[in-house]
Design a binder for this molecule. Structure first.
Ligand code: F3S
Length: 440
């Protein structure tokens, strides 16, 4: 009989939702008696939570699995996540892999491993092509030790069927977590010391628990004593209600921050992508929100190289992003995905052009971010500090998502402090603590 507890390590690829799910998985392993160790340390079980959003994301997953098997040949290696749902055959071919768990069984992964995990030479596959659409609950409280902000999963799956997106195939249709269960976990996260919670899911604006929407989730969390900030992660533009924007304008806990994917600024491309808005309606929405919540941070995702994106279409995207009060954008290259509608388009953009366009958008984003940061120099913002960076500055984020660094001897991790911004440079604003007696 084994006397020392088994060790488990986790590695996450992909999005914030995957991070949230890894945090929950880690807590379920701990509850079963495992000792959680850092990824890279010697371990008995290693869980890799994968992503399938692009071809290169899948390649990274395979690399990660092989690297773990090389480094720890004795470890029991389990793969779950989006690639485990749609890439079973490719994963099966990786010699030494022990377990593949698809989306439906992801959260009960720990139950799929025997009390004494044994390498059998062939991966066991726990997989279902059918993914439940029912409202759900999640056991336990996510393990975010070592992190200041905690994510909370409120929703999964998506019914939108954008032409480029594999997620409906990796995660299934939209479903929502029961509101009471979200509130229960939030209490647990706050009890662990987290002061900021980020609401996450695939399409969180479609959250619906018996008629209760995402604003109701925010309103249910706000009374939790000790919870100082609630942040909404990426949310589809057509799902944001006026009431949510109004709440954001006046709430002291809901951060003035929205990450709203635009994908393209060209109507023809938007139509071919099967997005649910036009360039004009997106622009009107962003302008309206920015006017209503003046200091807010608005960010976006933009996709480059979608089939048929010609010079004119790209310029439309570039001018739209340049004209709107967007503080930053994440730039992605289109990647053809199995099962998706866009696979039938036969007018790809050549890779060199995609690279060039991505570079132009990244440069534009950097300029807009710098301008956004500069707007706040001389102002005092409340910063939730996280950790010391490589240069020795303590860094954290304001509620409107400005990354702030401060020189200090003290350990200010997880403290929410008033900081006057002195300068802004290259994705970091520098500031100093405002003494308690100073006017803020
Ligand atoms: Fe990747 Fe699945 Fe998230 S495809 S981006 S891990 S929803």
């Amino acid at each position: 009989m084994r006397m020392t507890p088994l060790r488990a390590a986790f590695y996450t690829l992909g999005c914030r939702l995957n991070q949230a799910e890894t945090a929950t998985l880690s807590a379920t392993f701990a509850a079963q008696g495992y000792t959680i160790v850092e990824f890279g340390e010697e371990t008995d079980v290693c869980v890799i939570n994968t992503c399938s959003v692009t071809e290169s994301a899948e390649a990274k997953c395979r690399q990660a699995v092989r690297a773990v098997l090389r480094r720890s040949p004795q470890a029991y290696v389990a793969v779950t996540g989006c690639y485990a749902q749609v890439g079973v055959e490719a994963l099966r071919r990786i010699e030494g892999l022990d377990l593949i768990v698809g989306t439906e069984d992801k959260m009960r992964l720990v139950e799929c491993i025997d009390a004494v995990p044994q390498k059998l030479g062939q991966p066991r596959v726990v997989h279902s092509t059918k993914i439940s659409r029912h409202p759900f609950t999640i056991a336990g409280v996510g393990d975010y030790s070592g992190q200041t902000r905690a994510n909370i999963k409120i929703q999964d799956g998506c019914n939108f069927a954008c032409a480029f997106c594999i997620i409906p195939f990796t995660r299934g249709g939209a479903r929502s977590r029961e509101l009471d269960d979200i509130v229960r976990e939030a209490h647990g996260l706050v009890a662990q010391g987290h002061r900021e919670i980020v609401l996450t899911g695939v399409n969180i604006g479609t959250y619906d628990d018996a008629g209760q929407d995402v604003l109701r989730v925010v309103q249910a969390l706000e009374p939790i004593a000790g919870l100082e900030r609630i942040r909404i992660s990426s949310i589809e533009p057509t799902t944001i209600s006026e009431a949510l924007v109004e709440w954001m304008a006046t709430s002291s806990k809901l951060c003035p921050y929205l990450h709203v994917p635009v994908q393209s600024g060209d109507d023809q491309v938007l139509q071919r992508m099967k997005r649910r808005y036009t360039r004009a309606t997106f622009a009107a929405f962003i302008e309206r929100v920015a006017a209503r919540v003046p200091d807010m941070c608005l960010g976006t995702d933009v996709m480059v190289g979608f089939p048929g994106e010609d010079e004119r279409a790209f310029n439309n995207t570039h001018t739209l992003l340049a004209d709107l009060p967007l503080a930053y954008f994440h730039v992605f290259s289109y990647s053809e995905r199995p099962h998706t509608y866009a696979q039938r388009y036969r007018d790809p953009v050549v890779p060199a052009v995609v690279q060039q366009r991505s570079r132009l958008l990244r440069e534009l984003s950097a300029r807009q971010k710098a301008a956004f940061y500069r707007r706040f120099t001389g102002r005092t913002l409340r910063v939730l500090f996280e950790h010391r960076d490589a240069s020795g500055l303590f860094t954290g984020f304001s509620d409107n998502y400005i990354r702030v660094g401060m020189a200090t001897e003290s350990n200010v991790a997880n403290q929410l402090l008033p900081i006057r911004l002195l300068s802004a440079d290259d994705g970091l604003a520098l500031g100093r603590l405002v003494p308690a007696s100073s006017p803020v």
